[in-house]
Design a protein around this ligand. Structure first.
Ligand SMILES: Cc1ncc(COP(=O)(O)O)c(C=O)c1O
Length: 397
């Protein structure tokens, strides 16, 4: 049986076969958990050769990764359609290190106003302190608008599509055209899109995923990845990760490898369930708008249809303006099956208030009513709808 990923097979097939152990470990299907700091060399010459190849899946020391990391890197390359991947201890580290890799003092960075909160905090604190300026742009910017924002010192255009709180779908190919024409790298947080958005076919240079979400799938690990599509970008990224001492637990990588084997099934199930709940919510009189890119009512639905091949199960719900923030929070507090949690992508449903919690500075993100975010897990849809129904019905008429 061949060991290499099957690039031309369909996604579920590739998720079953990529990054497997092959026949190397006595025929066992899965790679083992390789924990380790010291790597022994047979002789001094081998050590020298290893040092020269240290960003090349070549084991020289624990921090450079080992067989469990490399197996997961191969799987993530299959998901993203890229050539080289680096695994990080959290999704946030996978956001931070590429920014540090491609930005230096005096550079300018562009970030969408809808960006994941901790990425914004990084830009506003550490990056700012190091002399890197960030401008927040309207996530729905077009190519000309993006071109106008790019300065001679703009080195990174960051994207996150859709925004993970307010779900604006970005025109990533247009943004990438404007960025590349002016020499800037395009980074993207592709956690929502997973494999439904192929970043490198749409002009992205470095695609970031919080593997904590659907790849892990069971709310029991924290991991991140940054994938690139050229050897040159890989060397820049891997060097930054290495110099900053980045490392991910092999046990967590193993759990991610286990999670990914069922991801295609979970995503299919949860994506469909999320859409069913979103459609139901859209029909409720208490709801002003459902922020789900796969609904025809979504303002960027056409972009979603053009660039995405499917959906995950995370979306937003805007209540009618007659309701207060306190009433929305009481609704969320009163849900029986939806935990109040900041993460997503696990088997369990979650809800969390978003208005009043997400800072915006570019004048976007006001949907005219109190808003909460919903993650649909693997529970039965009628049970979830019944829970939401009791919550919405308890709101004053
Ligand atoms: C869109 C997005 N990117 C990155 C992250 C960071 O992932 P982690 O929690 O693993 O640091 C999150 C976590 O919520 C997220 O929602």
């Amino acid at each position: 049986m061949p060991e290499a990923p099957h690039g031309k097979d369909r996604f579920p097939t590739r998720m079953s076969h990529a990054g497997r152990a092959g026949v190397k470990i006595h025929g066992f299907v899965n790679p083992g958990v390789h924990r380790g700091s010291t790597v022994l060399f047979p002789d001094c010459d081998s050590r020298k050769a290893g040092a020269a190849k240290r960003y090349d899946q070549f084991m020289t020391y624990g921090t450079q990764g080992g067989p469990t990391h490399y197996a997961l890197e191969d799987v993530i390359c299959e998901i993203e359609g890229g050539t080289r991947c680096t695994i990080f201890g959290t999704g946030l580290a996978a956001v931070a290190i590429p920014l540090l890799a491609w930005l230096k003092a005096g550079d300018h960075c562009l970030m969408p106003d809808s960006v994941y909160g901790p990425a914004r905090s990084l830009a506003d604190t550490l990056l700012k302190g190091w002399g890197i300026e960030t401008t927040y742009y309207d996530p729905c910017v077009d190519e000309a608008g993006m071109a106008a924002l790019i300065r001679p010192n703009t080195k990174v255009v960051y994207t996150e599509s859709p925004g993970s709180h307010t779900f604006e779908v970005q025109d990533v190919p247009a943004i990438a055209r404007a960025a590349h024409a002016r020499g800037a790298k395009v980074l993207m947080d592709n956690t929502w899109g997973i494999h439904h958005f192929q970043p490198f076919a749409h002009g992205v240079d470095c695609s970031i995923q919080a593997l904590t979400k659907y790849v892990g799938g069971h709310s029991d690990i924290l991991l991140g990845s940054a994938t690139v599509n050229s050897e040159e970008d890989h060397l820049v990224l891997r060097a930054a990760a290495s110099l900053l001492g980045q490392y991910a637990s092999p046990d967590d990588c193993w759990l991610a490898l286990r999670g990914v084997r069922t991801m295609a099934v979970r995503l299919k199930e949860q994506g469909a369930a999320g859409l069913e709940v979103a459609r139901w919510l859209e029909g409720r009189p208490e709801v002003k708008q459902v922020l789900h890119p796969a609904l025809p009512s979504h303002p960027q639905h056409a972009l979603f249809r053009r660039d995405f091949t499917g959906t995950c199960s995370l979306f937003g719900v805007v209540l009618q303006p007659r309701y207060t923030q306190a009433q929305m929070m009481a609704l969320v507090d009163g849900l029986r099956l939806f935990g109040i949690g900041a993460s997503w992508g696990g088997f369990e449903s979650l809800a969390i208030p978003t208005t009043g919690f997400v800072a915006r500075t570019a004048g976007t993100g006001d949907f005219g009513g109190p808003t909460f975010r919903v993650h649909i897990g693997l529970e039965a849809v009628p049970d979830l709808i019944a829970d939401l129904e009791q919550g919405l019905s308890a709101l004053p008429r």
